[in-house]
Design a protein around this ligand. Sequence first.
Ligand SMILES: C[S@@+](CC[C@H](N)C(=O)[O-])C[C@H]1O[C@@H](n2cnc3c(N)ncnc32)[C@H](O)[C@@H]1O
Length: 73
Amino acid sequence: MPLTFRVIFGDSQKMLELADGSVHLVVTSPPYFNAPFDYPNLFPSYEAYLAAMRKVAEEIWRVLADGRIVCIV
Ligand SMILES: C[S@@+](CC[C@H](N)C(=O)[O-])C[C@H]1O[C@@H](n2cnc3c(N)ncnc32)[C@H](O)[C@@H]1O
């Protein structure tokens, strides 16, 4: 079975390109709230940061196939 790769530059809070249950492995390193020097003004508050991470987690849950794996740094 041939392997194919697709690179998508997008927002992981809304991965419209990916169907429900279509992903078998997620490896992700989201931004850190306590590293504002890396991402100045990306998150206006800790609550906003948590809300963004929750959206990402919900999207990962949606696209992941049953019983598959997520690795989060
Ligand atoms: C801690 S860094 C991880 C860097 C990555 N491991 C690498 O080697 O390039 C977090 C990354 O998440 C990206 N990012 C921030 N918000 C995002 C979002 N909503 N969707 C996708 N990527 C996002 C940032 O631009 C940054 O590149």
